[in-house]
Design a protein around this ligand. Sequence first.
Ligand code: HEC
Ligand code: HEC
Length: 278
Amino acid sequence: MARLSRAKVLGVTDMVFWFATDSGDISGYSLHSCLHRKQLPKMSRSTSLSFRIASWLLCFGLYQATALSAAPQNTMAQRMQACASCHGQEGRATNSGYLPRIAGKPAGYLYNQLINFRDGRRQNATMAYLIDHMSEQYLHEIANHFASLDLPYPPAQTTNAAPATLARGEQLVRHGDPSRGVPACAGCHGAAMTGVAPAMPGLLGLPHDYLLGQLGAWRNGMRHAAEPDCMLEITRRLSPQDVVAVATWLSSQPVTQGMAPANSLPVKPAMDCGSGLR
Ligand code: HEC
Ligand code: HEC
């Protein structure tokens, strides 16, 4: 097995790591080349410190992957090791914290999100930087790779929320609230809440804080989807207490292994959406 005998960091700003192996092979990796098939331009010196730290952690993930594997380093699974430092091993995330699982989500949904980060409909500097300069073809390949993974889910999050909060969350997810014009979440996200092909995401297996963050971002205009953006309308009709209730109930539901996105919805959704089902 190839063993790293020396690894020298040549300045974090430049994001260049040189890995020297026992065999004397020396390969240079910029942050981009951790992910891309070829070397791309270096980062500007104005890059924020937090981003640099995140990037360093990311390359460290690749460093570990490199150290552990003797196989040639150019399969999709190996290139995507760089995502594991945040999204968990093979993109399966844990049940806590903020980071979303990406493994097993509909390919169309994953692709749309990568495009949303690139085009500024979602705000995350790291995600936008990582996919900068990637071709749409390669983004499709990445989306297909993570969509094809069928991996175990972590146990549901525990909660000590009041029973009334959980009941309100379940009611909104399964039935909506006609008095506020809120359609049932399950009417679009699937009766089993595991999403629908080609691009409707599931709602289970996502951490509480991530759900709160995303619903809040839509409400505040920080996250957008293709027009008509039905989630913008829906989150504006929910009260802040309702947002907490759905996030709490959803994150406390277990996910049965092998629950794949549904092929279609039995009933046409209550609202038109620019993404999800097309
Ligand atoms: C430094 C941490 C970090 C790394 C590394 C990272 N991501 Fe992310 N990713 C995030 C965060 C944080 C979010 C949620 C951002 C938000 O609030 O919208 C995210 C969101 C996503 C989403 C949207 C998920 C959803 O359910 O909507 C996709 C898809 C994604 N990342 C793919 C990738 C891929 C592919 C890689 C590797 C090429 C990668 N990420 C590497 C931090 C990271
Ligand atoms: C009319 C259809 C529709 C209904 C009803 C609906 N959604 Fe959505 N939802 C969507 C679509 C479409 C997307 C994907 C948007 C995109 O492409 O970014 C989405 C995305 C999401 C996401 C992002 C998932 C992720 O991994 O980041 C969350 C969270 C969400 N919806 C929660 C809810 C909740 C909670 C309800 C019920 C209160 C609900 N949705 C009702 C259509 C709907």
